[in-house]
Write a protein of this length. Structure first.
Length: 515
């Protein structure tokens, strides 16, 4: 045996050993991440004082479907009307339409729409603006309102375009804030109801972008406004003014912060005008701004599973909502010259359960129904439907069909007779009169099954499961007994529809004949 052959075998054994160690390490890391990300909140405490909502949005916004509280948020974005890597947004829009939603989502990146300098789309329409035009036309065909996240400067947009400069290296605040506001005004002039595109397409004032969310997770996601909260407040104030100049009925939304709980200090800096919690350029100017008086709706993000896993404590939509609501109520009258009435509109605009899909699709479908119900009961006006799998889509569609207008939604455990277990019980009334139709939403909490007797108005009601299956039930003495199966991670809820004609076959309810 040659010495060179022995050396090669020794090196090969060393290489194989190193590969084995690396593979074992990766397997261990994957297992650890799986265990970590498979966590679920252990409790879902209600908010102390829910906001009583009769309608989900201000009454003066009369666009078709605008009042719907369900926002579609499917797929990816390139910041100019398409998906990442040249993907089409049409399949995402079709998915949202199939779930019977009335909203979709699009982000407009300033750096993508005006990469080389300010443009005038009224004179010549650049390719990026044509792509955004096409998206609006496709959304209009599917009767989907658009939550336009724009202008997006940070996050995936990577910062302002180079020609606009930056107040601080690597951060979001542009040196030319007026140019950012001008860009927002051009977007609104083109895409608002009655705007340039609506006029060209013959939509008039009946369709266009009315809801504008200003930037994405400015408190710390990728390129961000960290330590630039006051700069962000200036951005919100100036861009909102430009948007409202084009559409006085525009709904301005922000700050779209992360739901981990670490955003609170940053939000307070954006509310406290006198603190000037911003860049050196912002502080040297000494001009105060606050997001409080400017925003029509307060938006936030939360991923209940993901945020719980990484924070090490329960992070539910109720907790995230409660934290941001406290801040906005605290600063209603604390800063002279920046008082504002109490905010009634809180929108959840990003988040699913765990982002990576660690929780099974069936459990995530169950979570969709639980999440909707708890959020609406807390008084959150709109909730996002983000990247739903097929079972989740079925659950969403069943919920939207049963509760197209879910308010009021209230906890109602004291209205049922609990025979066993620990059920969560919620109730929606169609109207306030005693004999109005209503929808119960129930699930077992924890691993143990639960059983309840539910009072009914109708003699026949319909039980709808998370997989959208329907079971007609006949009440006994105006009571229906419901068995709820427990699950340690996410129990499957049921909707009990107690309305006149609810137990009729689907074809009969739509005026047809059963085949």
């Amino acid at each position: 045996m040659s010495s060179s052959g022995g050396k090669r075998r020794r090196w090969l054994r060393i290489l194989l050993w190193c590969c084995g160690v690396i593979l074992a390490g990766l397997a261990s890391l994957t297992a650890l991440l799986f265990v970590l990300l498979n966590r679920v909140p252990q409790s879902y405490p209600p908010v102390a004082h829910p906001i009583e909502i009769v309608r989900g949005v201000p009454a003066d916004n009369d666009l078709e479907g605008f009042a719907s509280p369900y926002i579609g948020h499917t797929g990816s974005w390139d910041g100019k009307g398409g998906g990442m890597f040249g993907a089409s947004k049409i399949p995402a829009l079709d998915t949202e339409q199939a779930m019977h939603l009335h909203w979709t989502f699009m982000a407009a990146y300033w750096s993508a729409m005006e990469p080389g300098g300010p443009v005038d789309p009224a004179r010549e329409t650049p390719a990026a603006w044509k792509e955004m035009d096409a998206f609006l036309m496709a959304a209009h065909q599917r009767r989907l309102n658009i939550l336009m996240q724009a202008p997006v400067i940070g996050g995936n947009a990577g910062g302002p375009p180079k020609w606009a400069g930056r107040r601080e290296k690597g951060k979001s605040a542009p040196a030319n804030m007026e140019a950012a506001a001008a860009f927002a005004g051009k977007l609104a002039a083109r895409y608002a109801p009655g705007g340039t595109l609506a006029s060209q397409q013959g939509w008039g004032a009946n369709y266009g972008v009315r809801a504008w969310e200003l930037d994405n997770e400015p408190d710390g996601y990728l390129t961000h406004w960290k330590n630039q909260a006051a700069d962000y407040a200036e951005f919100v104030t100036k861009t909102a003014a430009a948007i409202r100049a084009a559409d006085p009925r525009a709904v301005i939304i922000g700050p779209a912060t992360m739901g981990s709980g670490k955003a609170c200090r940053w939000i307070e800096g954006a509310l406290d005008a006198r603190a000037l919690s911003g860049s050196p350029a912002c502080r040297s100017r000494g001009v105060p701004y606050s997001i409080g008086p400017v925003l029509d709706a307060v938006s936030f993000h939360v991923y209940e599973g993901l945020d719980t896993a990484f924070s090490g404590k329960d992070r539910t939509v109720e907790i995230a909502f409660g934290e941001i609501r406290v801040l906005f109520e605290r600063w209603e009258d604390r800063s002279a010259g920046f008082h504002y009435p109490r905010k009634q509109q809180y929108w959840h605009t990003e988040g699913n359960f765990d982002f990576f899909g660690i929780l099974s699709r069936e459990r995530r479908a169950a979570w969709r129904i639980q999440f909707f119900t708890r959020a609406f009961a807390a008084g959150i006006s709109k909730v996002v439907v983000m990247d739903a799998s097929k079972p989740e889509q079925a659950a969403v569609r069943a919920y939207v069909d049963a509760l197209p207008e879910p308010f009021p939604m209230r906890r109602a455990g004291d209205m049922v007779k609990v025979l066993g277990g620990n059920p969560a019980v919620f109730l929606h009334w169609d109207n306030t009169n005693a004999d109005a139709g209503r929808v119960w939403v129930l699930w077992a909490t924890g691993a143990s099954d639960a059983q309840v007797d539910v009072p009914t108005i109708q003699e026949r009601v319909t039980q709808v499961s998370a997989d959208a299956s329907r079971i007609p039930l006949k009440s006994a003495g105006r009571t229906v007994r419901i068995h709820l199966k427990g699950d340690a991670k996410m129990a499957a809820p049921i909707l009990l529809i107690d309305r006149a004609g609810a137990a009729a076959p689907e074809s009969q309810r739509r005026g047809g004949k059963e085949e």
